[in-house]
Write a protein that binds this ligand. Sequence first.
Ligand SMILES: O=C(O)CCC(=O)C(=O)O
Length: 282
Amino acid sequence: MSVTTFSFIDEAANTQGILTHFQNNGFVILENVLTPDEVEYYVDLFDRDRQKWGSPNFWHPFGTYQTRNCHALVTSPEFDQLLRHAKILPLVEFLMGGPTCFSELCLRHMTPYNGTPNQSFHRDRPHWEEHPLRMDYMQLMVYLTDVNQETHCFSLSPESVSEPILGTLGQLDRNGTVDCHGMVGTVVLFNIAVLHTATVRVTKHERKTVQAYYGHRSRPFLSNCSVIPSKFWYHHPDQEIREFYGNLNDTTRVFLSAFESEQDESATVQVSLNNSSESDEV
Ligand SMILES: O=C(O)CCC(=O)C(=O)O
């Protein structure tokens, strides 16, 4: 199956084309989103994070084939800039169709491999059928290494919003699969309800990715994977950024209660709740 990609090379994104592709497939591949300097910066940040905080600290095995650090906003808060990148966040908000919030951030690493190839197709969450793109949560995947036929890659089974939702075998049989390849710096956005997998290949190459999730501010938080530092959701001077990070998960709340006095904690949580009710009213 041939794969359509969208390029930001001329600075102008083909937003309507991206929307149509997302409606028909549940994902989009974007090239040239990051400048070469940005790519170098984030690869270096990733490497330094892994070097400093690798196992047994913040990096842990995830399944059989990956290690990941889901507290990257704590260990390398500079990744905030990638999550809210001027060419990425507006597109995420456009596709999500309303105020969007941070849900999770994981840095993931896959090593060279000489075993049995593997795919394990799954949906992270159900579709949200009231949404025009049936999308409750979206994932941003940024490749920090070249990804091609010779490496591990991300794969999914495209599905259109106008098609019935099928079980795994029915979906794979009806629509097949797509391997998402691209140069370092390639960005994939996808609905996490779409059937997807890491494709594990025999390879001499490692794969590095940044995988971030976005949700709707008015919907439940996605997961308890990532602590959200209070510098973003409480202390940040920009209210919009506070609200972007303000859909707190229980992990953040339990750390909050552990690190603050009872008096401070109730005051902080109260401010956070006030912020979210203000945003609900907008
Ligand atoms: O890492 C990958 O390529 C796949 C990621 C995945 O399956 C997931 O985030 O649920």
